[in-house]
Write a protein that binds this ligand. Structure first.
Ligand SMILES: Cc1cc2nc3c(=O)[nH]c(=O)nc-3n(C[C@H](O)[C@H](O)[C@H](O)COP(=O)(O)OP(=O)(O)OC[C@H]3O[C@@H](n4cnc5c(N)ncnc54)[C@H](O)[C@@H]3O)c2cc1C
Length: 427
């Protein structure tokens, strides 16, 4: 296909990529969004897929549908489902493997790199082999299947110690993902699973949350961290701080202080690092694999390459921005605006992060939120959390179904998606 207008390629249809594409719709350029998946995933609700609260397809939206919903002004947007493999920085050509296995060579005038991040196990022995992670839809469904299968297996395990081990779960990492997952697992086990498995006689959930630092939810005000700890404990989660994991095995974890904890399942939510594609590009990297960016979000050595989202090391008030959705959205938009400025022969502008706050949910009617100087906890924070997550979830149908599942959970303590799915044998 001949391109008469400059071509912008966006790598990644996550928060940064999709919000950038929306800004570029109708612009004086051809835009190609590339992702290995054909859908944008709303990561903040992955833990709800893993705990049988919502269906996986309700937290994802097809990229082509997102483009179509933008109407006629999106005529300059296109999508390619492919795995990006390399970028020839000198020739300005990107290489990607398409669905038929063919290698595509795609020239670009501007490149926006937004491929996100992957789980970081920090080289802890056994973590990659034995711990479950939660970074995409497949992993969320795998964890849900595993939790439910553990209960099915425990129900027919005669040996009491072995049975208990199958019913115990360790979550490593006391950030928002670990807190939300541990709380949701405890509620699942104390509610729907307790009723589904009456003969197991579960009197309390067996979920342990381990945090290496001295408190949960780093970056949150102390009062909200204390509230989160209290609420998790009330749900039956065994919260342990200053508990650094030194190794992970099939039957539990060892801690740095020599203690060992037994559980057949460990879930690792303790960190992320830049997507490995970044290492193959030969661009300056931070130790955690993120790509360094100029204040304009351009790569230090390439004016036509922009970075946004988890892959981008941008600073705010002298500290690196956290790898969260709001920075990704704002960086994606800003990078797109700067590309449009360059297309119009204008100067690029530096990125300034607008800190709207942070939030995490712990369980039903329990969440924490910091909005500027305002600190919220309990029901008001929880309602705010629900409203914001519904607003950012893409697609009316998705919002409707997620809301319906939340209502069922809220009023009946029922988890709608207690399904163990198998791979399609015809695949
Ligand atoms: C379980 C979980 C819960 C979270 N909860 C919250 C929360 O409550 N609040 C919050 O603010 N943040 C949360 N986050 C973090 C937030 O989701 C990320 O910061 C955000 O998704 C980053 O956006 P992004 O666009 O940089 O990357 P992503 O959203 O990860 O998107 C990257 C995209 O790039 C694609 N891609 C990567 N490499 C390639 C390649 N080589 N070829 C083709 N495509 C590629 C991927 O398929 C993906 O679609 C959570 C993250 C997780 C994992």
């Amino acid at each position: 296909m001949q391109h008469t207008k400059p071509r912008v390629i966006i790598v990644g249809a996550g928060f940064a990529g999709i919000f950038a594409a929306r800004e570029l719709a109708g612009g004086p350029c051809e835009v190609l969004i590339i992702d290995r998946n054909n859908a944008h995933t709303f990561m903040p609700l992955l833990y709800q897929v893993a705990t049988a609260a919502v269906e996986s397809e309700h937290i994802a939206a097809p990229v082509r549908g997102i483009i179509r919903a933008l109407g006629r002004r999106a005529a300059n947007l296109d999508f390619l489902m492919a795995e990006v493999q390399a970028v020839d920085l000198a020739q300005r050509v990107l290489t990607a493997e398409g669905q038929d296995g063919n290698i595509l060579r795609l020239p670009y005038d501007y490149l926006l790199l937004a491929p996100g991040s992957v789980t970081n196990t920090f080289g802890v022995p056994g973590a990659d082999a034995h711990a479950y992670s939660l970074k995409n839809l497949e992993e969320a469904v795998r964890l849900r299947n595993h939790i439910l299968r553990s209960f099915e297996a425990a129900a027919w395990t005669a040996n009491p110690a072995e049975r208990l081990n199958r019913l115990c779960f360790i979550v490593v990492g006391g950030g928002p993902t670990g807190v939300e997952l541990a709380g949701a697992m405890a509620e699942l086990m104390a509610g729907a699973l307790k009723r589904d498995f009456p003969r197991l006689g579960l009197d309390r959930p067996c979920v342990t949350l381990l945090e290496a630092g001295d408190d949960l939810l780093p970056g949150f005000p102390d009062s909200l961290r204390a509230y989160a700890r209290k609420k998790l404990t009330a749900l039956g989660v065994d919260v342990r701080v200053n508990a650094q994991v030194s190794s992970v095995g099939p039957q539990g974890v060892e801690l740095k202080d020599g203690a060992s904890l037994h559980a057949a399942t460990t879930v690792w939510t303790a960190g992320v690092k830049g997507e490995p594609l970044a290492a193959r590009l030969g661009m300056p990297q931070a130790p955690n694999g993120q790509l360094l960016a100029r204040p304009s979000l351009q790569s230090p050595e390439h004016d036509q390459i922009f970075l946004a989202g988890d892959i981008c090391r941008a600073d705010h008030q002298g500290r690196p921005l956290p790898m969260f959705a709001p920075p990704a959205i704002q960086e994606g938009r800003h990078a797109a605006h700067n590309i449009l400025r360059l297309l119009r022969k204008q100067e690029v502008r530096p990125f300034r992060y607008l800190d709207k706050g942070m939030m995490a949910t712990i369980g039903k009617r329990a969440a924490v939120a910091r909005l500027g100087p305002l600190k919220l906890k309990g029901l008001p924070a929880w309602l705010l959390w629900l409203a914001i997550h519904l607003a950012y979830l893409i697609g009316f149908r998705n919002r409707l179904f997620v809301l319906a599942n939340w209502a069922v959970d809220y009023f009946l303590s029922e988890r709608a998606v207690r399904l163990i799915t198998r791979r399609n044998p015809l695949e």
